[in-house]
Write a protein of this length. Sequence first.
Length: 256
Amino acid sequence: MTNRFLRLAGGLVLAAALLPGALAANVPSSRYDAAIESQVKNTLSKKPAFHNVEATTEDGIVTLSGTTELYQQKLDAAKKTRQAEHVSGVRNLIEVSGAQVSDDELRQKLARKLAYDRVGYADNVFSALTLDVKNGVASVGGEVYQDLDRTSALDLVARTPGVKDVVDNVKVLPTSIFDNDIRLRTARAIYRDPMLSRYAMVPAAPIRIVVDHGHVTLYGAVDSQLDKQLAGVRANQIFGVFSVDNQLTVPNQVAR
């Protein structure tokens, strides 16, 4: 009898403990829609960049519409919206209506900016990015030494007038003490060579050294076929390197 009573009492206590959570789970998300919408609109109204952005809320999901001048502003509007209390999701339908720039012009502008991105940092030569622009959509790819390089490049692109959207295809190389050692020794071998040292004097156009699990790929543009071959030789001489893929180009030779 006592055991039955204890089991019954324990069950009642457990049910009482679970009841608030169960009730909360059954609260319709639409209950907070008015408060969410008011908070989001108030937040967005404080920034001139969001004055043409509208927000509606249904079942806790906020739909953003309207226009911004820059793609980064579109991202920022969604980020601020997610910070509002009780928001369960954001549907970002904002259109970027800023400067109209041709794809060729935008590609050239972005290429220049990316070439100088993080110039002066020691790891600059260990990343290689690719870029394509179609209908204002910038696709950024390639391989970078660390996530900071990726973030910096994408942020730069997103803040450029004329960019309507950004596709992130950038690969962050895995952390490896072994690869780091190869990077440093390959860079020393190439840039200390009397015939190749001049490429270190143009920060935006170095010979880029990408290392992934002991495999080295060289990117960039050099002045002659001899320079390309010499850089490949220097990289192949590094102990521990499994392979070298020499992707260096010789623009002047192509022109001829």
